[in-house]
Ligand binder design. Sequence first.
Ligand code: SAH
Length: 357
Amino acid sequence: MSLMQSLKHRISLDGPLSLADYISECLLHPKYGYYTTSTPIGAAGDFITAPEISQMFGELIGLALVQSWLDQGSPSAFVLAELGPGRGTLMADLLRATRAVPGFHDAMELALVEASPSMREQQARALQDYRPHWLPSVEDLPQKPLFLIANEFFDALPIRQFQRAGDGWCERRIGMDPDSGALTLGLAAAAPQPALAHREGDTRDGDLVELCEVASVITEAIAQRIADYRGAALLIDYGDWRSLGDTLQALRAHRPTDPLTAPGEADLTAHVDFETLANAARASGCAHSRLTTQGVFLERLGITDRARALAAHLDGEALNQHIAAHRRLTHPDEMGTLFKVLGLFPARCSPPAGLEK
Ligand code: SAH
């Protein structure tokens, strides 16, 4: 049975699915899920991420986390963690860039959270020199200071969508067209939705908003560790403080496609509402930085100096590619403003480097 058939079977038995259930099945179904079966990231995959564009990205993240570690008195046993490490490139660059920092690697325990077995294999290969271990979930993070990076992780988490209807909200659900048998989007009856109380002031009848419940749960767990044991987290993704409208996007071979036509064969993502993450951090007694654009963050960390230093060893096509990569990571027309960074840190400490203002 294909994933499409299995979804239709489920809808015929139980009725329409929430978007969150549909996204979970498409991305992480144990047999047919997108992350379970494909090699999504890179030029040959469906999309490319910042660490795959240039080594500078992981290097600078590494220096920012090391600076927080030093500022907090170099805790002697801590966890360095990554959520959704993809091919392991960011972590490998981060670890190479921090090798010379006295004591950092000796004090570190490397923990990864990754849902896809095939991604775990790639990470094991990329990071074989550093003895990583994989945690089933963020709830399993050890009770120690935590220095954490998550890049393009939260955008892969399942969202639900709701359309405003007076004082209530109609959830968008996925059903089946009785004539063609195709998957279609429909609206459930209006119902109160306490989790969307904060959106009553900035929406009107017919407006669509998104809710990512699991993002709050994950951020609360990270923030709890940081509040209790110290540390810092850098949460990087595309999105904004809060979004309005449908941001669900399906990508296949670097092109947008219909999210409903080929379940399990395209990457599905949605913009991240950073307000949700910030509220969850505060609820756990942790401070958060201002939401900062990726371009500003990387410039403050010195990407231009690093780019110049690397350029000195390059020429021809390699130099052109390096210049294009610098631009792609930082320029407002590319990833520079669409991508944002939120830092989490203990209330009595200063924010991570690059997120001070
Ligand atoms: N951070 C990497 C990869 C981003 S793609 C980079 O920047 O290149 C998203 C990653 O999150 C993939 O590794 C994917 O398998 C993983 N992932 C997606 N949903 C997940 C979940 N619910 N739990 C754990 N990992 C997940």
